[in-house]
Design a protein around this ligand. Sequence first.
Ligand code: PNS
Length: 166
Amino acid sequence: MTEGWNHVRRVVCPGSFDPVTNGHLDIIDRASRLCDELVVAVLINVTKQSLFTVDERAEMLREATKEHGNVRVDMFHGLLVDFCRANDISAIVKGLRAVSDFDYELQMAQMNYSQAGVETLFMPTNPLYAFLSSSLVKQFAQYGGDVSGLVPDSVIGQLRDRLAGS
Ligand code: PNS
């Protein structure tokens, strides 16, 4: 039973992370226990408008994961499977919050496997964070809502500053 896992040495957890939430961190923490190294890869997407730059997002992730010895934060553009090939990554890990996440995630997983042989591992999101997304956090914070408990403490101040216009 454990044989398969011996092949999963380096795993990637990809996303936009604009900004990282406690839901992301829960998946990162749990996934990091299943592999030798977990690479958190921030997508560089020039066409999608974001609140934080890729460097800021990566820095927030580094701060939030600094206690994890086997988590590395990186960034990528283009295809995720090309990033996997270049970094000797055998699997992608994704959190699934609800059935609504599943359709598109399944399509991407099948595409990535059929075209590049890269596996995807789905991990059920902790129910505590099932409703959580970066976009809802931004919306809530924008109108003065309290997002403590939803994002790491280190992100709260940065969110407040950015939404205040700095
Ligand atoms: O946090 P997000 O925005 O939901 O993350 C989406 C992400 C980055 C995981 C996904 O868009 C992705 O893998 N993009 C890279 C481009 C790519 O490989 N597309 C083909 C998927 S079949």
